[in-house]
Design a protein around this ligand. Structure first.
Ligand code: NAD
Length: 428
């Protein structure tokens, strides 16, 4: 249990301030980049299935668009806060910069629990969200995408509303759409595969074959499952995963020491990535406490659930055997935990580098929408591999030549690129 008050935006600002110091940025640049450029806060009224009305709170934040239109997902979560969205929008700015794609950073969200909303209620929420921001988003200004508890179906409802209001087809307004409706092959695999491409490159540098490693993963949603898929294809073995149990309002870990079976576990997982624990036990999985996933004796840890999962209270519990911490989630490790982990012989692949595969694929989706010509899956995945590998190599070489951690190196590269774009435009 984390006993410290956690605010992701304060953490994001601390990390930015550190990079700004390393880069010796002037005050105007710091003032511009440590807060979002624009924020939209609004209410979304919904007709509930039982005949009542309910009003939900929604947000869209555009942190920076100096390098291109803002880009970032929309999260539906009961614990969503404005500061979470602010932090995530700032991390998106660094992510598009490190991935070297011509986009900025944005993020959106709605405070709601999709577990308790019908399809009709969710559709109204998606359409209502678009109605509130339609003047401020679009393919040339700000392009949303799915994130935690939003899917291709949500994106299609949002696109449909946007096109209905604008009176024209505009598939590049939103990414993560279904295949055949402007979606790209490889989108669902992209983030998880991207995480494992960075792990593959890190293992190469360490001179270790993936087949000689074992891993433990937090989460069993989109990112976690495709990360596990590629890692298993590379020859690795995942012995533990964890997921959120909505009935009990806590997480559980599921361990099988001879390796989890991805298809088998997926077949007993709900649409929100929650694993049914009774069925898992019947299949021979040990059902352990939520935190057990990161206490495992493994070589690779992949947090792929939410922010603030490795913090000052639990970082010490990570096994000394762990060589790579690949941050699939956004902001899973706090700055205090980083300080503890500095003493470990551990390579951290920072979030906005490790999980950039999703936004790279989103960018490719827009490119395909603009051409109205769609690539085969192999082509999309190999283009993601090229971009992820070069981003990893750039950060790794910069880290080594400047004696920085991978996180500091990624921040310095990205913040510098965005600051330069702001200077070039004459903003600072
Ligand atoms: P998802 O909704 O598909 O899955 C989330 C998973 O985390 C579920 O299995 C859920 O049960 C689990 N979970 C939630 N709270 C937990 C807890 N306290 N302990 C253990 N497990 C918990 O979400 P996703 O799309 O896989 O995103 C996961 C993370 O990756 C988020 O931080 C998200 O912002 C980030 N991310 C996602 C993408 C993407 O393309 N989907 C891209 C970049 C970053």
């Amino acid at each position: 249990m984390n006993t410290h008050i956690y605010n992701p935006f304060i953490e994001a600002q601390q990390r930015f301030d550190h990079a700004a110091e390393l880069l010796e940025l002037n005050q105007a640049t710091r003032d511009l980049l440590r807060v979002p450029l624009r924020e939209f806060h609004f209410s979304i009224p919904i007709h509930m299935d039982d005949g009542s009305r309910k009003v939900f709170r929604g947000f869209r934040i555009q942190h920076n668009d100096a390098r291109g239109p803002a880009k970032g997902g929309i999260r539906f979560h009961p614990l969503e806060t404005i500061d979470t969205v602010r932090a995530l929008s700032m991390w998106m700015t660094w992510k598009t910069a490190v991935a070297d794609i011509p986009l900025g950073g944005g993020k959106g969200g709605v405070i709601c629990d999709p577990h308790h909303l019908s399809q009709l209620e969710l559709e109204q929420l998606c359409r209502g969200w678009v109605r509130q921001v339609v003047k401020n988003v679009g393919p040339y200004t700000d392009i949303p995408a799915p994130d935690v508890m939003t899917s291709a179906q949500h994106m299609l409802w949002m696109l449909d509303e946007f096109e209905a209001i604008r009176g024209e087809k505009s598939p590049g307004f939103i990414t993560g759409k279904p295949l055949g409706m402007g979606g790209s092959q490889g989108r669902k695999e992209s983030t998880g595969y991207g995480v494992m491409i960075t792990v593959r490159e890190a293992l190469k540098e360490l001179g270790i074959s993936p087949a000689n490693t074992i891993a433990s993963v937090q989460g069993f949603g989109n990112v976690a499952r495709y990360a596990i898929d590629l890692y298993q294809k590379m020859g690795g073995k995942v012995i533990c995963v964890s997921s959120w149990d909505n009935d009990e309002q806590k997480s559980f870990s599921f361990r099988k020491k001879d390796g989890i079976n991805l298809d088998e576990l997926s077949s007993i997982t709900d649409i929100f990535g929650g694993i049914e624990k009774e069925k898992a036990a019947d299949l021979g999985y040990e059902v352990l406490a939520g935190e057990a996933w990161f206490e495992q004796e493994v070589d690779i840890l992949v947090p792929a659930a939410l922010e603030n999962q490795i913090n000052i209270d639990n970082a010490q519990k990570i096994s000394k055997r762990v060589k790579i911490l690949a941050e699939g989630a956004n902001g899973p490790t706090t700055p205090e935990a980083d300080k503890i982990l500095e003493k470990f012989d551990l390579l951290i692949i920072p979030d906005f580098l490790a999980n950039a595969g999703g936004v790279i694929c989103s960018y490719f989706e827009q490119v395909q929408n603009n051409m109205n010509y769609y690539w085969e899956k192999d082509e999309v995945l190999s283009k993601i591999d090229v971009k992820m590998t070069s981003a990893f190599t750039l950060v790794s070489e910069f880290a080594k030549s400047n004696n920085l951690s991978m996180r500091d190196a990624a921040y310095v590269i990205s913040v510098n690129k965005v600051a330069q774009a702001c200077r070039d435009r004459g903003w600072v």
